[in-house]
Design a protein around this ligand. Structure first.
Ligand SMILES: C[S@@+](CC[C@H](N)C(=O)[O-])C[C@H]1O[C@@H](n2cnc3c(N)ncnc32)[C@H](O)[C@@H]1O
Length: 273
């Protein structure tokens, strides 16, 4: 059944979704409310979109379902390739040369979706270090979606997900085949700590990082929230730490805390203040 949403309902739901996620929606996204939230109305037997908000107040599970449904979790392994060339051939070698092989390396994938980004970083590190258990490495991955975090921490992917970004050679090296899926090897999975986190809320108990990937999430936010987020991420970086955003995103006019640098085809942002 297709539930229809009217403008008056969007007037109520859009600010509510914004409060929950920072995602900005308007009348032009009526289809998105209908296709993504419609199944929730059906699942919980809620009559219409107006009643949805009332139901959320009574049942937090519905709130989680709304967040899972409204967020776009599109991702793939080694997405855009050039950032992984940058970390493999520039960032990590420079880091270990400067701080020594025993240094405590902290990397954060903020808005990690179902984990492909942080596991691509873990695989890149393993290419360099061979055995991650011998090093002091802290890989951290967060997302607002409980569902995405649950899937990411399981480390399980189906054939289709694996075919997006992974060559067969890599698949056998870093994954174990199970009955209906493949699971990232324990050594890589255990190197990552996952946590549910809304990037627009205060960051609590997160240590400063050397490298932050924050890609393909700020595009959904207002300009003010993007600016606030990038300034907060600057606060979360160690001195000279690096922020990687996607090639379709920009820090122009949003923060003056970074300088833009280039390595081959990769653009990255180094914290300067
Ligand atoms: C398109 S995916 C990007 C995943 C990965 N970074 C990449 O580039 O492939 C966007 C992710 O941002 C998450 N997200 C949306 N709003 C968020 C927020 N306010 N705080 C944290 N994560 C959020 C979504 O749940 C989704 O998993």
């Amino acid at each position: 059944m297709r539930y229809k949403i009217n403008n008056a309902e969007i007037d109520v739901l859009a600010p509510f979704i914004y409060q929950l996620t920072g995602i900005v929606l308007d009348y032009s996204k009526a289809y998105l409310f209908e296709t993504r939230l419609g199944p929730i109305l059906e699942k919980y037997d809620i009559a219409n979109f107006t009643d949805l908000i009332k139901s959320i107040a009574l049942n937090r599970k519905i709130e989680h379902d709304v967040i899972d449904a409204i967020t776009t979790q599109e991702t793939l392994f080694f997405r855009d390739k050039s950032p992984f060339d940058f970390i493999q051939n520039k960032f990590f070698p420079d880091f270990f040369e400067k701080y020594g092989m025993k240094a405590h390396l902290k990397v954060w994938s903020a808005a990690s979706s179902t984990g492909q980004e942080i596991y691509s970083i873990a695989m890149t590190l393993k290419n360099i270090l061979f055995d991650l258990t011998k090093y002091n490495i802290h890989l951290f991955a967060t997302d607002i979606s409980d569902d995405a975090i649950k899937r990411a921490s399981s480390g399980r992917y189906n054939k289709f997900e694996l075919s997006r970004g992974l060559e067969d050679r890599i698949l056998h090296k870093y994954f174990d085949e199970e009955e209906t899926s493949w699971r990232i090897k324990d050594e890589l999975r255990h190197a990552v700590h996952f946590r549910q986190l809304n990037l627009l809320k205060p960051f609590v108990n997160i240590p400063k990082q050397h490298l932050i990937f924050c890609r393909n999430v700020a595009i959904y936010f207002s300009r003010e929230d993007r600016s606030m987020l990038y300034n907060k991420l600057a606060d979360m970086l160690e001195e000279n730490g690096v922020l990687v955003i996607s090639s379709t995103e920009s820090l122009n006019g949003l923060t003056d805390r970074f300088v833009k640098e280039q390595f081959h085809n990769a653009t990255f942002y180094r914290k300067v203040k």
